[in-house]
Design a binder for this molecule. Structure first.
Ligand code: PLP
Length: 408
């Protein structure tokens, strides 16, 4: 058989031998996933509250995604943008129909979608205004990806330092501090980039009216508003995009992660007037709009963008918050449980400050996968359709992990 798969035995030690050392993944290696359960090389089962960092919105290997991928894989895999393809056009049409946007640009990740958004904003400002309008304002602790432009716009300097001169014209103000933004923004501001709920920065929701006030300041100074919905988008907070809950529309929105349900894809959505500035040849990607990715994404969109699934996300928020609050009260470990839909953070109380990773690792020992968002916050980004029994069982396992850390 001309099949060379699975003929080598690989372990976590092999990872250390052959991979660039920028990641330090868990010691176990997952080999199979179904719904919200995952099994490792030793056959141990885990309940997945991590969801591939807010990616696996339909859990693992959902039949709708498997079927879309299988069907497309027998038709056409790749062309490049020298040719277009039907799945890409269909998906773009659906995104335009379901959002504020008139135009779509496809990329392969969140960072790439944001890179496109920032380049487009700069191009728009140069062509519509003048070369003094270059300033990009973003928020402390925000996260927008790891390309040099996006990581510099992100509000965690530790991530962008150590690589030499950074892209310029980028400034930060604290999230939820509208006065700080008012002071900094001017007619020289090209764009404000923000997450409608900060994910990596600690699951921090915006204060009431903050998003609206940001929009107003952008309008006053003719600056573009870019919503990074890479983490909050595609149903994660209970609406297809989080902006729908704020009654505010961006000029540009970026989306990735759940957009492909596990197949790599990102997209930048924009209004007609802004999008017009990415003329032929100004930007591009070999894989952007790949037919496999777009076929899977369209299937995910059709499944997620229904009342049943979106209402279900709100139920999951309730189950998670209630049970996490109960654990917090029993063990005194959480200061606050917050977030929206299936993007929930539990901030550790002062006595456990800085120890989020200990809880995460204890969770793995007890068969539950959770994430952290900084050193003080446990983060939960499960499938949008995780069954109630899995939520219950996963949190029972987490409680055992919490008890273990508390007893130590
Ligand atoms: N933007 C936000 C809000 C994110 O949370 C992330 C990833 O965590 C990114 C951008 C970067 O996405 P990617 O890792 O797909 O490049």
């Amino acid at each position: 058989m001309a099949d060379n798969q699975n003929t080598q035995t690989v372990t976590r030690e092999t990872f250390n031998d052959v991979m660039v050392p920028n990641y330090n993944p868990a010691q176990m290696i997952p080999v199979k996933g179904e719904g919200s359960r995952v099994w490792d090389q030793q056959g141990k089962e885990y309940i997945d509250f991590a969801g591939g960092i807010a990616v696996n919105c339909l859990g693992h290997c959902h039949p709708v995604m498997v079927s879309a991928l299988k069907q497309q894989s027998e038709k056409l895999w790749h062309l490049s943008n020298v040719f277009t393809n039907e799945p890409a056009i269909r998906l773009a049409k659906r995104l335009v129909e379901t959002t504020f946007a008139d135009r779509v640009y496809f990329a392969n990740s969140g960072a790439e979608a944001n890179e496109a958004a920032l380049k487009l904003a700069r191009r728009w400002a140069l062509e519509e205004h003048n070369e003094d309008k270059q300033q990009i304002i973003a928020f402390s602790k925000g996260f927008h990806g790891r390309t040099f432009f996006t990581v510099t716009v992100g509000g965690q300097p530790a991530y962008s330092e150590g690589f030499g001169p950074k892209p310029g014209g980028i400034e930060h103000v604290p999230y939820n501090d509208i006065d700080a933004l008012r002071e900094l923004i001017s007619d020289k501001t090209c764009a404000v980039m923000m997450e409608p709920l900060q994910g990596e920065g600690g699951v921090v929701p915006p204060d009431a009216d903050f998003v609206k006030q940001v929009r107003e300041l952008c309008d006053q100074h003719q600056a573009l508003l870019i919503f990074d919905e890479v983490q909050t988008g595609f149903g994660r907070t209970g609406t297809l995009y989080a902006y729908e809950q704020f009654d505010v529309m961006p000029d540009i929105l970026t989306t990735a992660k759940s957009l492909g349900g596990g197949f790599p894809i990102g997209a930048m959505l924009a209004t007609e007037a802004v999008a017009a500035h990415l003329k032929p040849g100004t930007h591009g990607s070999t894989y952007g709009g790949n037919p496999l990715a777009c076929a899977v994404s369209e299937a995910v969109l059709n499944f997620v963008n229904t009342k049943e699934v979106l209402d279900g996300v709100k139920s999951r928020e309730q189950w998670l918050k209630e049970q996490l609050n109960a654990i917090g009260e029993r063990y005194g470990v959480f200061k606050e449980v917050r977030g929206k839909g299936c993007l929930i953070g539990a901030e550790l109380s002062d006595s456990y400050a800085g120890r989020a990773k200990d809880f995460m690792l204890a969770g793995q020992e007890h068969g539950v996968m959770v994430l952290i968002a900084g050193a003080n916050v446990l983060r939960f980004t499960p499938s949008l359709i995780i069954p109630e029994d899995d939520v219950k069982e996963g949190l029972q396992r987490l409680e055992k992990a919490v008890a273990q850390v508390v007893a130590q």
